[in-house]
Write a protein that binds this ligand. Structure first.
Ligand code: 5AD
Ligand code: SF4
Length: 453
């Protein structure tokens, strides 16, 4: 009995810890990180913290950052410097670092920046309330970065104001170990959520007004349900067994993108959007091998041909790394020609950046920074030349656009076409959440302008 009442008391204290306190979370990185921040805010709201727009108004600051490339890691350290000055003025301010940087840096963060109160890893978000409570009780230097290897991946999607389009995690972690990538180390082993949990989540979101979900995972194609069902089966179930209007997903790995998945997309085109983000990383087979990607240039092109044949109006985007260790000028050119051959309207390209724990960071033939910069610029130039022309064909076409929000420009609204293009047009905010026909008047590679039909 005594135990129970102590627990109740400590739970109540826990619940009140945020009373009269503001929380600011600084987020950067992928959609997974943005989703994690939503989860943190939801958990902290249960402790009565109030989210604030400005770090100066906060009693609790959390940095939730990405470590996939070096730049965001530097940004964390510089942000910590800024927040440290605030802490000098207000010693009661608590500062925590989470996300992939927390997972990667663990005790290093506190060693380098002793004013950090707590560090937590990507598998420890649900323990945030306890860490925060302890921090406000005066405990310093908490580090909580264990992976829950044995625990099944049972979470409930937590979004405070889901809006029209939202994200639902279906897998976490990654077992692919591409030699450049830190994710297997920062997000741990790959795990899938039970299929019924995902369907229940989506049904709840539909009740809250959500019209579109993006199923999220580092490598969605390797989703495995307990019932032996795969990702294509999951997509089909979401399409047939829930009332969600639009389904998207990201990210796919070319090595396991199969005909069944393409067929499922084609069979449910009314709900599954005709857009695929399929990172190829390099257009050269020797580099792909060194990246441990498990496909060749030819295999990639075959997959693209299969996809375009099965879903003729498909729109593709991709991720690319330039200046991977050992990449020669000729091998880099293979990347440029692959972009041209596939005709990507959108690319996300990055200079290779060595990451801790990864194999490629130890390769001895690292490419000079100047060469990487020059190649990246050349790649963007080549893409620009092509993409402006490619998207011209959309001008005059009418697209089905799900209106997501009001535009910054007065009187305008914005939404996404089925092919994932951001479209801006004149219209009333009453249309938010509705799908309307919009005629495209001007097409740029990333955004379109149009008018309501
Ligand atoms: N350096 C540069 N880019 C990287 N990416 C992942 N790891 C690295 C790295 N070490 C890119 C890949 C991936 C995207 C999310 O980030 O292109 O698809
Ligand atoms: Fe990283 Fe490769 Fe896994 Fe993607 S598939 S998260 S690039 S290791």
């Amino acid at each position: 009995m005594e135990n129970t009442s102590q627990e109740t008391q400590s739970f109540q204290q826990n619940q009140d810890i945020g009373q009269g306190r503001g929380v600011y979370i600084s987020t950067y990185g992928c959609q997974m990180n943005v989703n994690d921040t939503e989860r943190m805010h939801s958990l902290l709201e249960m402790q009565n913290f109030t989210p604030v727009e400005n770090p100066e108004d906060a009693s609790l600051i959390i940095i939730n950052s990405c470590s996939v490339r070096e730049k965001p890691v530097h940004k964390v350290y510089s942000e910590v410097g800024t927040f440290r000055k605030m802490k000098d003025k207000n010693p009661n301010l608590k500062i925590g670092v989470g996300g992939c940087v927390g997972q990667q840096e663990k005790e290093n963060l506190i060693k380098n920046q002793p004013m950090i109160d707590f560090v937590f890893g990507t598998d420890q978000i649900d323990n945030l309330p306890q860490m925060v409570a302890k921090a406000f009780e005066g405990e310093r230097r908490q580090i909580n970065a264990k992976f829950e290897h044995r625990a099944p991946y049972h979470i409930e999607t937590m979004v405070r104001n889901p809006g029209v389009a939202t994200f639902v995690n279906i897998t976490k972690g990654c077992d692919n170990f591409c030699t450049f990538c830190v994710v297997p180390y920062t997000r741990g082993r790959e795990k899938s959520r039970p299929l019924q949990h995902i369907l229940t989540d989506i049904r709840h979101l539909v009740k809250r007004g959500v019209k579109e979900v993006t199923l999220l995972g580092q490598n969605v194609n390797s989703y495995k349900a307990e019932e032996g069902l795969d990702f294509a089966d999951l997509l089909a179930k979401v399409a047939t067994d829930t009332d969600i209007e639009r389904i998207r997903y990201t990210t796919s790995h070319p090595k396991d993108f199969n005909q069944k998945l393409a067929d499922t997309m084609a069979a449910h085109q009314d709900k599954i959007m005709e857009y695929v983000h399929l990172p190829f990383q390099s257009g050269n087979t020797r580099i792909l091998d060194r990246m441990n990607r498990n496909y060749t240039r030819e295999h990639y092109l075959e997959k693209i041909a299969m996809l375009k044949k099965t879903i003729p109006n498909l729109v593709l985007s991709t991720d690319i790394i330039v200046g991977f260790p050992g990449e020669t000028e000729e091998e880099f050119r293979d990347t440029v020609t692959l972009v041209e051959e596939v005709g990507f309207e959108t690319i996300f390209a990055f200079k290779y950046s060595p990451r801790p724990f990864t194999k490629a960071a130890k390769f001895e033939d690292q490419v000079d920074e100047d060469v990487k910069t020059e190649r990246l610029n050349r790649l963007f130039d080549a893409h620009d030349k092509m993409a402006f022309d490619l998207v011209k064909r959309y001008e005059g076409q009418t697209m089905r656009v799900l209106v997501e929000q009001a535009d910054r420009e007065f009187g305008k609204i914005q939404g996404r076409s089925t092919s994932n293009k951001l479209v801006h047009f004149l219209g009333s905010a009453d249309l938010i959440g509705k799908t309307v026909d919009v005629k495209i008047t001007k097409a740029f590679p990333a955004t379109f302008r149009g008018e309501l039909v």
